[in-house]
Design a protein around this ligand. Structure first.
Ligand code: ZN
Length: 266
């Protein structure tokens, strides 16, 4: 078995005390790789440190989260709908830092568009996302996409830019958009919260096995309400995908491992 968690936030303060154990439990569950994602300058650097410390299992992706990126314009109201501290920073400076450190990351993300948390800043968000897409193309890295109530705009922008390597993380868009992403050859990563949310079951039904990946978004999106999520829980998603696709767990693990190696060139 070689489990993969393509999206987690190991730099979260909720892992501060016991990250060693969290990583050990993942390895004991036959875990192979975790991609930990930054969302702003401080988490990008912290994520990089974690990837260096646990270099046998942890890879890093550098992100520009849509809300943090426009924090200067929206003020403190941006933090209301968020589960963590939101930072103000200069997007161009951070994009430059990412480019300088491109050889240390396997992807760009978490990035995208979020019209749910703050309203009225769609154009500002798009301007930032456009720059992020351009950088990903320039340095030839896949994108790990967060899109909430903005799925159609996010897809449209990446399609127009000709993006080939795209991972839609925790995708909540409607069926027609899922179909469009599948046709574009993009991938979807499924969180263990699939046990509680019908939407993800439908998503797994619609997407070919070659375009599915497993994620946790740990510490968020736990399969158990109120509990902290962690990377070892990708096993929960594997079980659900196997059930829905009528495959053995071993077959699903192999397929997803191959998909991850291909998408992130691990
Ligand atoms: Zn995330």
């Amino acid at each position: 078995m070689k489990l993969i968690d393509v999206h987690a936030h190991l730099e979260s303060e909720r892992f501060e005390k016991d990250l060693d154990e969290v990583i050990s439990r993942f390895k004991e569950a036959s875990g192979k790789f975790i991609i930990t994602s930054g969302v702003n300058p401080s988490t990008n650097r912290k994520s990089l440190e974690i990837a260096k410390k646990y270099s046998d299992v942890v890879k890093v992706s550098f992100g520009i989260y849509p809300i943090d990126a426009i924090m200067e314009k929206i003020g403190d109201s941006g933090e209301e709908g968020m589960l963590r501290h939101v930072e103000t920073f200069d997007v161009d400076d951070e994009l430059r830092w990412i480019e300088e450190n491109k050889d240390l990351c396997v992807a760009i993300g978490e990035c995208g568009l979020d019209y749910k948390v703050v309203e009225g800043y769609n154009e500002e968000q798009k301007k930032v996302f456009f720059k992020v897409i351009e950088l990903a193309k320039k340095i030839d890295k896949p994108l790990i996409i967060h899109s909430r109530k903005a799925e159609s705009d996010a897809i449209g922008m990446m399609e127009e830019a000709g993006c080939k390597r795209v991972l839609m993380h925790c995708f909540n868009g409607k069926k027609s958009l899922i179909k469009r992403c599948v046709e574009l050859g993009w991938s979807f990563s499924i969180p263990p919260v699939i046990t509680r949310l019908e939407h993800f079951k439908m998503l797994v039904e619609m997407v070919p096995p070659e375009q599915l990946l497993t994620e946790t978004d740990a510490p968020y999106l736990s399969p158990v309400v109120g509990e902290r999520n962690e990377s070892a829980n990708v096993a929960v998603t594997i079980k659900e995908i196997a059930k829905i696709k009528g495959l053995s767990k071993g077959e699903v693990v192999e397929q997803i491992f191959d998909n991850a190696v291909k998408l992130f060139r691990l």
